[in-house]
Design a protein around this ligand. Structure first.
Ligand code: AMP
Length: 249
């Protein structure tokens, strides 16, 4: 069974994002970039499936600038077999990503595509769902447990207020949530080995996909600064403040 794992290069989750002076977006100049944390979980899931003998090959795909090759290498060091870099310096919105992934999934004959539930830069949470729709395949989103058995996937999903378990037919598209697993760190020998694994280089034009953005960013702003708290002396004072100042009771 072939597994495709799309990984996105995003601003590192430890970096405090700063808005560009002209408000046109987040400043990414000289900022640490890493693999989207949810995509590390997808890679880990695919590698565990290969270790269990369920998956035979893991193909890693990234759509982005030349530096996204590093992200692919990280996934290869974790256990991916080979990579495809779809190189572009333009912003690629979820629909365009899904269209490119659809063609790659079909060309590769991938039985399962495992994506992150969302990329932490734009928090879109759209690509997996769009990909499943474009492919006409089943989808199991927000997975916190995945079992593959007899041509089906049993997936426990994190939904509001609890867990839901569904069974979907293969081929399918799965998006992973935070609790599915704890991704491994790539060992030094595996990082060295990953350098020799092949990465194909393509462009969106190779797939005939028009990636022109359909959305226009009107403005980007910093979140409001939190004002300092105050200490109250008594419950009475707290209640009075909640009633008279905050107006919440
Ligand atoms: P999003 O819909 O943008 O929140 O992203 C959800 C998931 O789609 C990510 O966790 C990745 O698995 C995948 N994805 C989104 N953008 C890209 C990209 N440019 N290259 C590869 N995978 C992507």
């Amino acid at each position: 069974m072939k597994v495709l794992v799309p990984v996105k290069r995003v601003i590192d989750y430890n970096v405090k994002a700063r808005v560009k002076a002209d408000g046109s977006g987040v400043d990414l100049a000289n900022v640490k970039m890493s693999m989207n944390p949810f995509d590390e979980i997808s890679v880990e899931q695919a590698v565990r499936m290969k270790e269990a003998g369920t998956a035979t090959e893991i193909v890693i795909v990234s759509i982005g600038p030349a530096a996204a090759q590093e992200t692919i290498r990280t996934a290869l060091a974790m256990g991916g077999d080979r990579g495809i870099l779809v190189k572009t310096d333009q912003t690629v919105e979820p629909l365009a990503v899904a269209k490119i992934l659809k063609i790659i999934t079909e060309q590769e004959g991938a039985d399962i595509v495992i994506l992150g539930k969302q990329a932490i830069d734009d928090d879109s949470n759209q690509t997996g769902q769009m990909l499943a729709a474009l492919l006409g395949r089943s989808q199991a989103t927000f997975a916190s447990e995945v079992k593959i058995e007899g041509g089906k996937a049993e997936v426990t999903r994190e939904v509001d207020g609890g867990l839901q378990t569904i069974r979907v037919n293969l081929p399918t598209v799965i998006t992973v949530d935070l609790r599915l697993n704890e991704p491994r760190y790539a060992s030094l020998p595996n990082i060295m080995k990953a350098r020799k694994k092949p990465i194909d280089e393509k462009t969106p034009e190779d797939y005939g996909v028009d990636i022109t953005p359909r959305l226009k960013v009107l403005k980007t702003t910093e979140p409001p600064v939190r004002t300092a708290g105050v200490k109250v002396e008594s419950v009475q004072e707290l209640v009075a403040k909640l009633r008279n100042e905050a107006g919440v009771i």
